[in-house]
Ligand binder design. Structure first.
Ligand SMILES: [Zn+2]
Length: 326
């Protein structure tokens, strides 16, 4: 298989009753979300942003169904590329229940903190332009899912598993119907443009504010114990045989944390930028080692958002470690 930098379909079936939908955030191929169908009932896993919602409703119409057929909206975690559209989607789908991690649920019921946090990370203008305004979800329509809690989509069992490490409010959804696991960001990032003969290339998103490398490795243990036949990544698409790919991600979590620690004594306020330079060099070298033949400006372009967020997240992680503990 040559290096692929091919156009991305607006949506496509990636397993039985599983559709991968392009959210339109920043560029095609960066962020997906998923629609599950069992008979005439539907569930969304992740939502993209508020601006994605009209195209999600378009996919429902394409399938010959209506928003009344949606039973569940399940953000894997409350980062806005995953949950930004949850409020608007819930408003459009009158029969849907929102399911998410107990630590994330309050932020979708009252999104004021999420808006403020995202404005701090992305900048206020960029946040408004790329994500749009967040709508609150009525509390009565929200289930804060216990670890292992099961949901029934027209007889198809979906299990919500708590998977902290990328974020402490992260869950993954195991779909008994396909044998696949919807991994949000916990199985890392793998853009199709970096596929080579060696297969998919994976790396860890160390996004602010709750990166926790050891906890993340334990979440991966739990996910793989489910023996999923596929991982459905928000960034981006279906990865087969996840057990065989996991070591790449485990190594990336260790490497990125180690690079941050190497820079722990770098002078402020430049430390984050030093970390960003170092992880940029590391990831470009890693992709080359995987066989990626894209030119360097193209690789930097494809990774631009992640390099900035990863550097910010590692800086926040160092600061958290430096706080006197007691
Ligand atoms: Zn994400």
């Amino acid at each position: 298989m040559p290096t692929t930098d091919a156009p991305i379909a607006h949506y496509q079936a990636v397993a039985d009753g599983v559709f991968c939908i392009e959210t339109g955030l920043y560029r095609d191929g960066l962020a997906a979300c998923y629609l599950l169908r069992e008979r005439d009932r539907l569930a969304f896993i992740d939502t993209g942003t508020t601006k994605t919602v009209p195209s999600l409703l378009g996919v429902i119409a394409d399938l010959g169904l209506t928003p009344e057929h949606v039973d569940f909206v399940i953000p894997t975690h409350v980062h806005l590329d995953h949950a930004g559209g949850a409020g608007a989607l819930m408003a459009a789908c009158p029969n849907a229940t929102l399911v998410t991690h107990p630590k994330g649920a309050p932020h979708l019921i009252d999104p004021a903190k999420l808006s403020a946090g995202a404005s701090a990370v992305y900048g206020e203008d960029a946040f408004a332009r790329d994500f749009g305004a967040l709508q609150p979800v009525p509390e009565a329509r929200v289930i804060a899912a216990d670890d292992g809690q099961r949901f029934d989509l027209a007889g198809r069992a979906l299990s919500f598993i708590h998977t902290p490490g990328h974020a402490n409010h992260h869950g993954c959804i195991f779909d008994a119907g396909s044998g696949g696991l919807f991994t949000g960001d916990t199985f890392g990032i793998s853009y199709r443009a970096f596929d080579t003969e060696a297969g998919p290339w994976l790396f860890a998103p160390t996004t602010p504010v709750a990166f926790d490398p050891d906890t993340w490795q334990r979440s991966l243990d739990r996910m793989l114990a489910l023996e999923p036949v596929a991982a459905f990544l928000t960034h981006y698409g279906r990865i087969d045989a996840p057990a065989q790919q996991a070591e790449q991600l485990r190594r990336s979590i260790r490497d990125l944390a180690a690079i941050a620690l190497e820079h722990a004594d770098a002078p402020q306020p430049a430390r984050k930028d030093r970390i960003k330079e170092a992880i940029t060099a590391h990831l470009l070298t890693d992709a080359r080692g995987h066989g990626c033949t894209l030119d360097e400006p193209r690789m930097r372009d494809l990774l631009a958002v992640d390099l900035e967020l990863n550097a910010q997240g590692l800086e926040v992680w160092l600061q958290r470690r430096e706080k006197p503990s007691r």
